[in-house]
Design a protein around this ligand. Structure first.
Ligand code: SAM
Ligand code: SF4
Length: 438
């Protein structure tokens, strides 16, 4: 009988990609997906260490899984329990100390070895810990990616050498690594052959990609656009310091590249940007936004923000609000600063009290919400292309995404999932846009 695998994914798109690849690695061992941990012969928590809250959630989930594992054991049913991802990498020993019923602890760089680990756990009857940074890149050992639906993530770069002072990524994901172009193009072609129409190439600092001598991310995107079936491209997450002239030019020249860019700025205060070691100031970011919009006038920008970074004053925060309004970000992710063990900012003076962080976050999010709303309203009457990717609530209704990632629904008899159609936005609903054929 087939074995059932339940994977819970925390955090970023890279983890979503990694979870899909772990499922691919385990498929030859007979594991197929289930959406209930109670049914699962194997459970993987693919964890995130970026903020304290994300890491703590893992331990509360493990408490619940322990009960399920015990109940299954009482019925003579197995459950292999694995903790993967960045919490495993940063706190592997701690996971085993606090949750000794865990069978496997593995970091983000070793999941190609999962079959060995499963066998080893069965043989040894004790926990297996593998949080190495192996010299051979895991990508060389992964089976062909299986696509689900019309959209796919494709990891082209991993790790980060930027060392922003708040961030754990350089420690949990390791030094920056770029996959060779041939491997990326082969994976994209395989996805396209399975019906994928839109690819988002991902990496912790994706525009630092340098997998081929003489190529940059723009060259890679141009090559990806030539693959039969690929109609739309995106990339995330990029760093303002690594936006090369040629990549900006590709925003002008490549119609497949969607006019929507997530380009985190984190703060609008020069003092705080320096303390964060971001390597750019607010004026450089402004100029970059201008150049991107010159290249692609319909481009919209999205960003990440951290409020309450150590030393952030009311005046610094006011600079952030001003930059948000000036740039006109249409979508954002904003977070309270969370001190992470081992990062320079955690030891900085001037840690901001929690109530101040909360008030600033609420104010920033209110502003960002108004800007998103205004952008959605401004889309009414505009024509745009939508990739239809899901059935809707009604027989003739389909759902899809606009170039700006807005969910769009349309009653379009005769259209099929996977079609890219030109629609006119007719109305804004709380969580989606309504469109009619253009
Ligand atoms: N590489 C991307 C960049 O440079 O912007 C971001 C990667 S990180 C996985 C995603 C977001 O988490 C960051 O942009 C930042 O806003 C947020 N983040 C990272 N460390 C944080 C911390 N210690 N506290 C709060 N938010 C944090
Ligand atoms: Fe973290 Fe992004 Fe800075 Fe790298 S560039 S250290 S991933 S925030």
């Amino acid at each position: 009988m087939a074995k059932r695998l339940f994977i819970k994914t925390f955090g970023c798109q890279m983890n979503v990609y990694d979870s899909a690849r772990m499922a691919d690695v385990l498929a030859p061992l007979g594991y197929g997906p289930t959406d209930r941990p109670d049914d699962a012969d194997m459970v993987i928590l693919n964890t995130c260490h970026i903020r304290e809250k994300a890491a703590e959630k893992v331990f509360s989930d493990l408490g619940r899984l322990r009960k399920i594992k015990e109940a299954r054991a009482a019925e003579g049913l197995p459950m292999v329990l694995a903790v993967a991802g960045c919490v495993a990498q940063a706190e592997g020993e701690e996971v085993l100390r606090r949750a000794p019923f865990v069978d496997i602890v593995l970091g983000p760089q070793t999941y190609h070895r999962l079959p060995e680990m499963v066998a080893q756990a069965a043989r040894a009857g004790g926990a297996v810990l593998d949080t190495e940074f192996p010299t051979e890149p895991k990508f060389d050992f992964l089976p062909e990616a299986r696509a689900e639906g019309t959209n796919a993530f494709l990891a082209i770069q991993e790790g980060c050498d930027r060392f922003c002072t708040f961030c754990v990524v350089p420690y949990t994901r390791g030094a920056e690594y770029s996959r060779p172009a041939a491997a990326v193009l082969a994976e994209a072609a395989a996805l396209a052959a399975q019906g994928v129409r839109e690819i988002t190439v991902i990496g912790q600092n994706v525009n630092a990609w340098h997998g081929e001598p003489g190529w940059d991310l723009g060259t890679l995107l141009t090559a990806l656009a030539k693959i039969d079936g690929i109609e739309r491209l995106r990339y995330t997450t990029s760093h303002p310091r690594d936006m090369s002239d040629s990549l900006i030019a590709v925003h002008r020249d490549l119609p497949e590249l969607m006019p929507f860019l997530h380009l985190p700025v984190q703060s609008g205060s020069n003092r705080i940007l320096t303390a964060m070691n971001r390597g750019h100031d607010r004026d450089q970011y402004r100029r970059l936004a201008d150049r991107l919009r010159e290249a692609r006038p319909d481009l919209a920008l999205s960003s990440d923000f951290i409020v309450g970074f150590p030393g952030e004053t009311d005046a610094d925060f006011a600079d952030t609000l001003a930059l948000v309004a000036e740039i006109g970000f249409v979508q954002t992710y904003s977070f309270k600063y969370s001190p992470r063990p081992g990062t320079p900012a955690a030891a900085m003076e001037g840690q901001v009290p929690e109530p101040v962080k909360e008030a600033r976050l609420a104010e920033l999010q209110a502003l960002l919400y108004r800007q998103t709303e205004a952008f959605n309203q401004a889309c009414v009457g505009r024509e745009m292309t939508v990739l239809l990717d899901r059935p809707g609530r009604y027989a003739d209704q389909l759902l899809g995404r606009s170039p700006y990632m807005q969910p769009v629904h349309v009653r379009a008899p005769g259209q099929r999932i996977g079609d890219v159609v030109r629609l006119r936005i007719a109305a804004v609903h709380p969580n989606s846009l309504e469109a009619v054929p253009a």
